[in-house]
Ligand binder design. Structure first.
Ligand code: UFG
Length: 419
C-alpha cells in the first residue's frame, strides 16, 4: 500500500515517514527539497517535484498506486507570511488545489492534512478546543484555515475524506537520533536557543516582553515531533469517512523565558537572551485541549515533557551541528568562490576567513565558513542566503562547482533576512 507524503523530507514530514515505515507502510515522499533534505528520508522513496506543477503530480499518481495522502508540504513561517502573503497563498493554496485535483482524478479520497494552531488567531479562552472560533491573524494561519474550508467543500461534493490536524508547536527530535530539525533559515525558538548553546549563535532574542502573560513573554504548547507523527498514523488507521479536525498539543503552556531556562538546564550552557520587540503575527498564548485526539484517536503524548523534547533536540543538534549537511573541503571552496564571483568578498577576505576557521577548528570550536564571514562582517545575511540558495540550485542541477555567477543582491531575499 503506497502512501504519499508531501513535504516528507522536511522536519515533521520526515518523522511521519519514519513512523509510517515502522508501521509497515510504503511512503512515497513528494518534495521539492526547498526546505527538505534528501538525507532526512528514512524508510521512504523520494520523488522530486513541486505541488505547484500539476504535471509533476499527475506523473506521480500515474506511476504509483496511491491509497492515501499525508499533506505536509507548505511554507510555514508566520513572520515571513506577514511580509510576503502572496508566497503563502500561491504555495499553500495552489499546491493544495493541485493535489486535490490529482487525488480526485485518481480516485484517492483519504487525506491527513497538516493544519495549525495558527488557524485560531488570538484565543478567547484556554485551553483551545476544536470548537474555538477561527480568526487567524497571519497569512500563514489564514492559508491553513482556507484549506480546511476547501476540504470541507470537497468532502461534501466530491467525497473527500480529510482529517485535519491542527499542530501546536512541534519540537524535539527522533529519539533514535536519525532525524532532527534543520531549517535552512532557522526561525524557531528551540533550535535557535540550542545554536546559542553550541556557540553557533551569540544570543537569542526574546520577541515581546509585554504580553499579558505571567512573565510578559509568549506562551506556546510544545509537542514532541514523534508523538505528532504517531498521531498521523492513528488518524489514518481510524479510517474516518467525513471531515475531522483534531488539535495536537500537550495541553501545557511554556513561556519563551521558561523554554530558554529548560534549554539552559538540559545543555548546561550559558545562554544569553536579550529582550526584543514583538514579532508580527504572534498571538500571546496558544495552549491546546487535546481531549478530542485522546478520545477519538486513542492518542497519547508519550514524550510530553518539555525537557524530553529539548533533550532529544539537543542530542541531535550536538551530533549534527551542520544539520544534514557535510561541509566538505570542496563545498568550502565552492562557497568562497561564489562569494567572490558575486562581488561580495575579495580573495584576500576569503584567505583571511579560511585562516580564521582553521584557528577556530584547532581550538575545537568549528564554525561554518558562511557563518564565520557573517560574524566577521564580510557578508550580510542576505548575501549569505543568496550564496546558499545558489549552491543548492547548482547541487540539484549537478552543475560543475566552478560555474558561479556574477550577480548582485536579490532585494526580495535581502528583505526577508533583514527582518
Ligand atoms: N521566539 C523568540 N525568539 C526567537 C524565536 C521565537 O522569542 O528567536 C518566540 C516567538 O515569538 C514565539 C515563540 O518563541 O512566541 C515560539 O516561536 P516559534 O517561531 O518557535 O514558533 P511559532 O509559535 O511562531 O510557530 C509554530 C510553527 C507554526 C505554527 C505555530 C502554531 O512554526 O507553523 O507554531 O502555534 F503555526
Amino acid at each position: 500500500m503506497a502512501l504519499l507524503v508531501t513535504g516528507g523530507a522536511g522536519y515533521i514530514g520526515s518523522h511521519i515517514v519514519k513512523e509510517l515505515a515502522r508501521s509497515g507502510y510504503h511512503p512515497i515522499v513528494f518534495d521539492n527539497l526547498s526546505e527538505g533534505h534528501r538525507k532526512a528520508i528514512h524508510g521512504g522513496h523520494l520523488v522530486e517535484g513541486d505541488l505547484k506543477s500539476f504535471d509533476d503530480l499527475h506523473r506521480l499518481f500515474t506511476t504509483y498506486r496511491i491509497d492515501g495522502v499525508f499533506h505536509m508540504a507548505a511554507c510555514c513561517y508566520v513572520e515571513e507570511s506577514v511580509e510576503d502573503p502572496q508566497k503563502y497563498y500561491l504555495n499553500n493554496l495552489l499546491g493544495t488545489l493541485n493535489l486535490l485535483r490529482a487525488m480526485l482524478e485518481f480516485d484517492v479520497r483519504r487525506i491527513i492534512f497538516s493544519s495549525s494552531a495558527a488557524t485560531y488567531g488570538v484565543p478567547q479562552y484556554l485551553p483551545i478546543d476544536e470548537k474555538h472560533v477561527c480568526v487567524p491573524i497571519s497569512p500563514y494561519g489564514k492559508s491553513k484555515w482556507f484549506i480546511e474550508q476547501i476540504m470541507f467543500d470537497y468532502a461534501k461534493s466530491h467525497g473527500l475524506e480529510p482529517v485535519m490536524l491542527r499542530y501546536f508547536n512541534a519540537a524535539g527530535a527522533d529519539p533514535e537520533g536519525d532525524l532532527g530539525e534543520a531549517h535552512r533559515i532557522e526561525t524557531h525558538l528551540i533550535p535557535l536557543v540550542l545554536k546559542v548553546a553550541l556557540k553557533q549563535k551569540q544570543k537569542v532574542r526574546v520577541f515581546g516582553t509585554d504580553y499579558p502573560t505571567g512573565d510578559g513573554t509568549c506562551i506556546r504548547d510544545y509537542i514532541h515531533v514523534t508523538d505528532l507523527a504517531k498521531a498521523h498514523v492513528l488518524a489514518y488507521e481510524k479510517h474516518f469517512c467525513g471531515p475531522e479536525i483534531f488539535n495536537l498539543g500537550s495541553g501545557k503552556g511554556f513561556s519563551v523565558r521558561e523554554v530558554i531556562e529548560v534549554c539552559r538546564k538540559v545543555t548546561g550552557a550559558e545562554i544569553e537572551a536579550v529582550d526584543a520587540p514583538r514579532r508580527p503575527g504572534d498571538p500571546p498564548s496558544l495552549v491546546a485541549s487535546n481531549e478530542r485526539a485522546a478520545k477519538e484517536l486513542g492518542w497519547r503524548h508519550e514524550l510530553g515533557e518539555l525537557e524530553t523534547m529539548v533533550e532529544t533536540a539537543w542530542h541531535w543538534h550536538r551530533k549534527h551541528p551542520n544539520g544534514y549537511t557535510d561541509e566538505t573541503e570542496a563545498q568550502k571552496e565552492f562557497f568562497g568562490e561564489i562569494a567572490i564571483r558575486m562581488d561580495f568578498i575579495t580573495h584576500e577576505q576569503l584567505d583571511e576567513a579560511l585562516k580564521l576557521q582553521k584557528d577556530m577548528d584547532r581550538k575545537g570550536t568549528h564554525k561554518l565558513l558562511g557563518m564565520l564571514m557573517l560574524q566577521e562582517g564580510m557578508l550580510s545575511n542576505s548575501q549569505l542566503i543568496q550564496i546558499l540558495k545558489y549552491m543548492e540550485t547548482k547541487a540539484k542541477q549537478k552543475v560543475p562547482q566552478g560555474a558561479a555567477p556574477a550577480g548582485k543582491a536579490n532585494p526580495a531575499v535581502e528583505k526577508q533576512e533583514e527582518n
